[in-house]
Design a protein around this ligand. Structure first.
Ligand SMILES: [Zn+2]
Length: 465
């Protein structure tokens, strides 16, 4: 993963101007920055050299000057991916089946098989992974498919003895599928499961496409061995390493990126130029770190068509709003907020409760998050990968940074709480305060104000896969 760049205001570039002589009289003004690039609320604009990351300028008044700074990257939202608010109810979506062909693969130096084909069918299509997808899609998706194998590839899994990611290459997989007579044409996803100790913990390469006879498939690969695949993870429900890998890699295969976390130095609030940035993965999302909760965040669920107009609240005006618990089966389970005057929805809200696959939120480490809002900021990356035309980067905002930038553990407490308000920089959106929160839902205020110029919440130039 690329190390995040830290955006910090250069503290020293205010000295580029020589001192201005004061003019006597009562109307001496101090230069102050406006939100838009190269503009001043008061004083005279004076340009200085921009950096790679930011526009820089000064606003000079007779009583003093201010150094101004605006991150160059703006939130990019492709118009085609934005759903405008509509008064026409969206019809409920039918349950869609995620059609997967699981291929079990040995190498010539593989140990004995960790499970049979029938056991694999039960683990993937009849176990916790199936329940997880049905629960978090609110019954809109289920897994369907078949298992093929065990097959044996015509080489050793670790020919060099280094145990360094010896997964099969694309051409090797294509040749194998074609030559072995496997017909994947009824499926959209191929999940390759390797039996080899060198790949026991590998869980990469989820987002791929594979061309076979002119058809694109989403490809996920993972390694297992008898040693670890049934180890239970630390959740208060059955959830093995195998469940974790399969569910996570399928998420990639559906077009999801990793769910990320944004934090700041302790005491800082989110804004351009502050010591804020990507700190790691979201602990409240299986596509992130997943320690505190497993449901995918609302940005991802919307992308997967798991919401409709009765479950995703679209906030387009100031007011007081109520969300049901994110894991419940009725009511508004998430909200997205529109920037006044723009078809952009930069933030999504969730009210998480310790229910179902989010039950770990009862852990004392995380329980305080169940009384506030989780806020994810959305960046859009336009890409076409196989059958997937775009993917989103979700960034959970940590509203209680406890330690220095870069410490993932301080996101154990991330929610926006009763006493807090958050203004999305430059957007005119203010969230909070929370009015009430209990087992049935959360009520909070939102204020929307027109703003002359949208500027980016945070630098979104990084893209982690
Ligand atoms: Zn991943």
């Amino acid at each position: 993963m690329q190390r995040p760049k830290i955006l910090a205001l250069p503290a020293h570039f205010k000295t580029l101007l020589t001192q201005i002589s004061h003019i006597s009289g009562p109307l001496l003004i101090r230069g102050t920055c406006a939100a838009a690039k190269d503009s001043c609320t008061t004083g005279t604009f004076q340009d200085i050299v921009d950096t790679d990351l930011a526009y820089q300028w000064n606003c000079v008044g007779a009583a003093g000057q201010e150094s101004c700074n605006l991150t160059k990257t703006t939130i990019t939202v492709a118009p085609t991916t934005v759903t405008a608010p509509s008064t026409t109810p969206t019809p409920s979506l039918a349950v869609s089946t995620i059609k997967i062909l699981v291929v079990l693969l040995n190498f010539q130096d593989s140990p004995s098989e960790p499970f049979s084909k029938e056991q694999a069918e039960a683990l993937i299509f009849g176990g916790q992974v199936q329940k997880f997808y049905q629960e978090q899609s609110y019954g809109k998706a289920m897994l369907g498919g078949n298992v093929s194998g065990w097959h044996t590839l015509s080489r050793e899994g670790d020919p060099g003895g280094t145990c360094m990611y010896p997964n099969a290459g694309e051409a090797e997989i294509q040749d194998f599928i074609i030559n072995s007579g496997i017909d994947p044409s009824n499926y959209r996803h191929l999940l390759l499961v390797y039996n080899h100790p060198c790949m026991t913990m590998s869980s990469g390469a989820g987002i791929q496409q594979l061309q076979i006879k002119g058809v694109s498939y989403q490809l996920s690969q993972l390694g297992v061995s008898a040693r670890t695949y049934l180890n239970s993870y630390r959740y208060p429900f059955s959830w093995t390493e195998f469940d974790d890998m399969v569910a996570h890699e399928l998420g990639h295969g559906l077009g999801l990126n990793h769910a990320m976390l944004w934090g700041c130095d302790a005491g800082s609030t989110f804004d351009v130029g502050k010591n804020c940035g990507e700190e790691g993965r979201n602990q409240f999302d299986l596509m992130g770190h997943g320690a505190a909760a497993l449901h995918f965040n609302a940005i991802f669920k919307e992308f997967l068509n798991w919401f409709d107009s009765s479950s995703l609240l679209t906030i387009v005006s100031s007011g007081r709003y109520t969300l049901s618990p994110y894991e419940s089966s009725s009511g508004f389970r998430a909200a997205k907020i529109k920037v006044p005057g723009r078809e952009i929805y930069p933030v999504y809200l969730e009210y998480r409760q310790p229910l179902g696959f989010d039950a770990s939120l009862n852990n004392p480490l995380y329980v305080s998050n169940t009384r506030g809002l989780l806020v994810n900021w959305k960046a859009v990356v336009e890409e076409t990968i196989g059958l997937i035309t775009s993917r989103y980067i979700s960034n959970l905002l940590d509203f209680s940074p406890q330690s220095g930038f870069g410490d993932l553990n301080d996101s154990n407490k991330a929610s926006l709480d009763v006493s807090q308000r958050f203004t999305v920089p430059g957007s005119g959106i203010t969230i909070g305060p929370v009015i009430s929160a209990d087992a049935s839902g959360i009520t909070f205020d939102v204020v929307l104000e027109n703003t002359p110029c949208l500027r980016s919440l945070l630098d979104n130039s990084r893209f982690t896969s």
